[in-house]
Design a protein around this ligand. Structure first.
Ligand code: ADP
Ligand code: MG
Length: 197
């Protein structure tokens, strides 16, 4: 069902269960609904469970500005899929959601990226882990900080520290029960926005 792993498995050895963080993004169709569906779909992948999912964060596009704002979220999963199997599964979900090939940083119905996979580092032509864009992307760091602020990348940097240092970018939590989202472009993120009434 999924592409074979880069590293062949020993037949009598069970694959390890690994924690991985996944970035979700969308700016076409109904982004919030598509991200919610994608989180459910992640939970239904073979040998994979969603442990935590952030709220939805709206923000203007990086790169080409002639496209709608994005909605982003981050999920923590456990999986027994290998990195390449997981990437294949995420691409399958993108296709199922109706994603067509687009230009780099172009509009998309669903984008699913692997942020981290356990404490592994990977640099292949198709997969870079940790994801190389993490430190520059407040729209990834803000939802990640909401669900796991103490997470450290393999180089020791914590998500909280990376968020403090990230380039400014207006990121708004999309609260379903509110008409206008709060702006939370600077740290702290979720706690202050939720604490206000
Ligand atoms: P982007 O997410 O950068 O906007 P795409 O979703 O079109 O771009 O992905 C382009 C390629 O990036 C994918 O086909 C995939 O092989 C590669 N890639 C490299 N590292 C990762 C990663 N950590 N997560 C997801 N895709 C990755
Ligand atoms: Mg992607």
């Amino acid at each position: 069902m999924f592409p074979a792993s880069d590293t062949p498995r020993q037949p009598n050895r069970e694959p390890e269960t690994v924690h991985a963080f996944i970035a979700l993004g969308s700016n076409l169709g109904q982004p919030v609904k598509q991200l919610e569906q994608a989180i459910s779909a992640l939970d239904q992948l073979p040998d994979t469970h969603v442990l935590r999912a952030s709220q939805m964060y709206a923000n203007p596009p990086m790169g080409p500005q002639d496209q709608p704002d994005y909605v982003n979220a981050v999920a923590l999963i456990t999986t027994r899929l290998s990195p390449s199997e997981l990437l294949g599964a995420l691409k399958g979900l993108e296709q199922a959601a109706g994603r067509l090939s687009t230009r780099v940083w172009g509009a998309r119905v669903l984008d699913l990226d692997i942020l981290t996979y356990g404490d592994q580092t990977l640099n292949s032509p198709t997969l870079t882990i940790p994801h190389p864009g993490i430190a520059d992307r407040r729209f990834v760091l803000a939802p990640w900080h909401e669900i796991a602020p103490d997470t450290r990348l393999v180089d020791g940097r914590s998500i909280a520290d990376l968020l403090d240092a990230a380039p400014d970018h207006p990121v708004h939590i999309v609260l379903p029960h509110r008409d206008s989202p709060e702006t939370v472009s600077s740290h702290p993120i979720a706690s202050s926005a939720q604490g206000e009434t």
